[in-house]
Design a binder for this molecule. Structure first.
Ligand SMILES: CC(C)(COP(=O)(O)OP(=O)(O)OC[C@H]1O[C@@H](n2cnc3c(N)ncnc32)[C@H](O)[C@@H]1OP(=O)(O)O)[C@@H](O)C(=O)NCCC(=O)NCCS
Length: 252
């Protein structure tokens, strides 16, 4: 059963306990609250935001990084702007400071909705996609999916099931590739996942090897009607806490 996405009442003051994992959704829409979130970004992020041409892309970035800084600042007990971030792999934001306790996190956004996932016990990645029509879906699947996944996808009956199956596979693969920090350059087809709607999310094989995939957990997420998401974690997932953060309200 899908966890509920109740409103996040307060920013947590201590990190996820044990094998608990948090996934918070948020709107990435522009609004006056960005006047409060923008100044929380560091110089690098502010410059990056400034280079983004569209207001939508800027709002997506500022909402995500502003929320990340508010959350991490609260957990680390200091000013959000002072949170030091670095990049790992092919650009994954990670904490640059040693906190005594590791904090793993990852951001994703799609068409107005963002996700921020946090854990203390294992590396993770998250991906979200708006369920939408993709005209060249069959050819994208043949190009980027593993042959066994293509067979499974083509075996699904009806447009709705095929569309769901496609986005299940896409979000699960990308969540895994984001957890490793390598990104899609690794090759989506090297990662085999379950994709049948209604079946549990599982990472089946990496480069054909079940043993390499075994430490990984995949979680299927439905953060809002019309969106699909996935969380990949290099460990078992204990309690999964999902909530919606109203950033506009938080910045009032
Ligand atoms: C990471 C990647 C999968 C993101 O894909 P996307 O669907 O465009 O974007 P998403 O919304 O899912 O995720 C974006 C967020 O992921 C995070 N991110 C960036 N690079 C990441 C990486 N290598 N691993 C994990 N997370 C990453 C960032 O927080 C980013 O958001 P922000 O910059 O606004 O904070 C993709 O950009 C990628 O593969 N990058 C690595 C570069 C690479 O390998 N390129 C090869 C091209 S063939």
């Amino acid at each position: 059963m899908q966890p509920a996405w109740a409103p996040l009442q307060n920013l947590p003051g201590s990190p996820p306990a044990g094998d608990e994992v948090w996934v918070f959704s948020f709107s990435t829409a522009p609004g006056p609250h960005l006047d409060g979130l923008g100044p929380l970004l560091d110089d690098y992020e502010s410059q990056r935001a400034g280079r983004l041409r569209s207001a939508r892309a800027r709002a997506e970035f500022v909402n995500g990084r502003g929320f990340l800084r508010l959350l991490l600042g609260g957990l680390l007990g200091h000013d959000p702007r002072g949170v030091r971030l670095a990049t790992a792999g092919n650009g994954k934001p990670v904490l640059a400071e040693t906190t005594g306790l590791p904090l793993f996190f990852n951001i994703a956004h799609s068409h107005g909705m963002g996700l921020l996932a946090v854990a203390s016990h294992a590396e993770l990645g998250v991906d979200i996609e708006r369920l939408r029509d993709v005209t060249d879906r069959a050819s994208l699947a043949r190009r980027y999916f593993h042959p066994s996944e293509v067979i499974c996808l083509e075996g699904l009956t009806g447009e709705a099931q095929q569309r769901l199956g496609f986005f299940h596979a896409w979000t699960r693969k990308e969540a895994f590739l984001k957890a490793t920090a390598v990104g899609i350059g690794f090759g989506l087809d090297r990662v085999e996942v379950t994709l049948e709607p209604g079946h549990p999310a599982r990472l089946l094989r990496i480069d054909g090897c079940e043993q390499t995939a075994a430490p990984w957990t995949l979680e299927h997420l439905e953060p809002g009607e019309g969106w699909l998401a996935a969380l990949a974690l290099r460990a078992p997932c204990g309690k999964l806490v999902t909530a919606h953060a109203d950033l506009a309200k938080m910045m009032e």
